[in-house]
Ligand binder design. Sequence first.
Ligand code: FAD
Length: 387
Amino acid sequence: MTDYLSDVLWTDDEIKFRKEVRSFCDKEIYPIADEIDHGPYPKDLLKKIGHAGFMGVHHAKDVGGTDRGLSYEVIVAEEISAANGGLDMARMASTTLYGMPVTRFGTPEQKKKYLEPVIRGEKIGCIGITEPDVGSDTAGMKTKAEQDGDEWVLNGEKRFITNGSQADFMCAFAITNPDVKSKEGMTAFIIDTKADGFSVVKDHDLLGMKSARVSWLKMEDVRVGPEMILGDLGQGFHILMDELDSERTAIAAEAIGYARTPYEVAVKYSNERHQFGRPIRAFEGVSFKIADMATKLEAGRALTLTAARMYDKGMNITKEGAMAKLFTTEAAIAIANDALQILGGMGYTTDYPVERFYRDARLMTIGGGTAEILRFLIQREVFKKML
Ligand SMILES: Cc1cc2nc3c(=O)[nH]c(=O)nc-3n(C[C@H](O)[C@H](O)[C@H](O)COP(=O)(O)OP(=O)(O)OC[C@H]3O[C@@H](n4cnc5c(N)ncnc54)[C@H](O)[C@@H]3O)c2cc1C
């Protein structure tokens, strides 16, 4: 159906599912993809995505998901991202970045109240890791939660939080025991964003991803009961690391989506645009770019599916998730850049969506672990066996 080389790696059901997601995107997203780039995306659209079943493919049936696995989530991520990047970033922040910690570590009561409506697309989730002074070095987290009787009192700031100003719930990480290393002293909490003391400092003005909202948040004496602790006290760092594996694999799929549309536009344009009496694809300077773009897309898809398959089998994918994200995100930036070059001046205009994807793709080597941090992780895993 898609003529991707990687079609031999997907099951018939996955290929059928991709078709379903794509026809949903054709009907509901592509017609407004440029318009919603002035943001924020309409919340109703997230509800439609949820009701179509595309928020819960990697969540269990008892919380409203379809329990099909991360290999289906990467299909959704690629397809929606190919239509509008910011929209999928918002969808994924809700269902994967926020949703996976709750699905994997939440109690049945937490899942009922704080996850099921998110999977239906009726409520929005976000994840709060990054802070003004804490980016790549997550173990240096400053947000604190102090016990007061039965309750916990949270104080701190979270920066660059996708969906922050739109979210109903946040999975927030905080230091609960400053006397031990943060790997043992960090705890994850579910925060209701309507709680007293929770505020939005501002939405960041971004280069791309204009249909999403990415916010700076503040918690001043936000009080929560013990039932809002996710997992065990002191398990936060483990939950954070666990979340990043699924996040990075899903981001890898988004990167393929951000690259796919500019690639397809460039292929068509290079066939139609004539200079020196022939289509510009007749010039190697153009057609070799197309060859490299096509190859990178296929390689990225195979790497991403490998990580997703391993995750679905319960295997550790710290290295494979990092590899998939590193490769596809650097490829997405290069592909969007080459596509823009192939369109010449038209690529620099908003008449074509290429400039939008060029801006969106640039985020990809930063959010969810920078390319430098991913290289560090990959080499660490490579050498682990030798040490
Ligand atoms: C649009 C957007 C959405 C985001 N969404 C979320 C979200 O929903 N939730 C959330 O918690 N966070 C989110 N983030 C934050 C994102 O994960 C961080 O920006 C990212 O982890 C990097 O942190 P930093 O920006 O503080 O950069 P820093 O950590 O300050 O890094 C700056 C530079 O130094 C390099 N560097 C740092 N340490 C090393 C090292 N040891 N070796 C080599 N190089 C190094 C980095 O690679 C980078 O190039 C988002 C960010 C953006 C821009």
